[in-house]
Write a protein of this length. Structure first.
Length: 181
């Protein structure tokens, strides 16, 4: 189920030798864990970051671009602070990197995690980024030792997850929801 392809840790040591400026700028922009995300469009470079600070307005714009409703920014900030893992996918630009993908996970950090808010900007869909984002998330959760990951798929994306090995709750009789309103 977990595929490790589709992304690669940037070899900073090597990059430092060949181009210290590039290595430094990647580190400064995306943090120590900077990881390249491979896509079908070779004209762009994409990087995952778990530490680059989100501009909340840019993040909400991304989530609205995929059709989700607006949420109060203060609550979004708290949700991010309380998340186990939050991943931004950036289209690289030395001056203005653009947030084109996002996902976050909640959980106990030991046994269980749940993935939320998986989104790739419509302009960048169908390039393999969504699949690689999921692969990157599962790789990092596995690194934490987490053995069970759940998510709630919108009906239109069930086959997206199924094709990556996610198993559907077969009879719909184990899952329960409670909504405050
Ligand atoms: C779902 C989403 C994340 C997929 O991202 P993406 O970058 O377009 O996906 P990829 O290019 O990595 O696609 C990987 C594979 O899944 C397929 N796929 C992509 N979107 C799909 C969908 N909605 N339904 C079924 N299959 C899909 C692709 O055709 C591709 O197949 P292939 O490997 O045989 O070529 C993106 O469409 C999105 O953000 N949608 C809106 C938000 C959303 O619904 N998020 C999920 C909430 S549960």
């Amino acid at each position: 189920m977990i595929k490790k392809d589709g992304f690669k840790k940037v070899r900073l040591e090597k990059l430092f030798v060949s181009s210290p400026n590039t290595a430094n700028s990647l580190l400064t922009m995306y943090g120590e864990e900077v990881t390249e995300c491979i896509s079908k469009n070779k004209n762009y470079q994409f990087f995952f970051s778990q530490t680059k600070t989100f501009d909340l307005i840019e993040l909400e714009q991304l989530l609205q671009a995929v059709g989700w409703s607006r949420r109060p920014l203060r609550r979004v900030r708290k949700a991010l602070d309380n998340s186990l893992l939050k991943v931004g996918l950036w289209q690289h630009d030395t001056r203005f990197p653009r947030l084109v993908g996002f996902a976050r996970c909640t959980g106990d950090g030991i046994i269980d995690a749940t993935v939320w808010d998986v989104a790739i900007h419509p302009v960048y869909q169908k390039l393999g980024l969504g699949k690689n984002l999921m692969s990157y998330i599962l790789f990092n959760l596995k690194k934490m030792g987490i053995s069970k990951v759940t998510l709630f798929a919108d009906p239109g994306v069930v086959s997206f997850y199924k094709s990556q090995g996610w198993i559907l709750e077969p009879k719909g009789n184990k899952c329960a929801f409670w909504y405050a309103n």
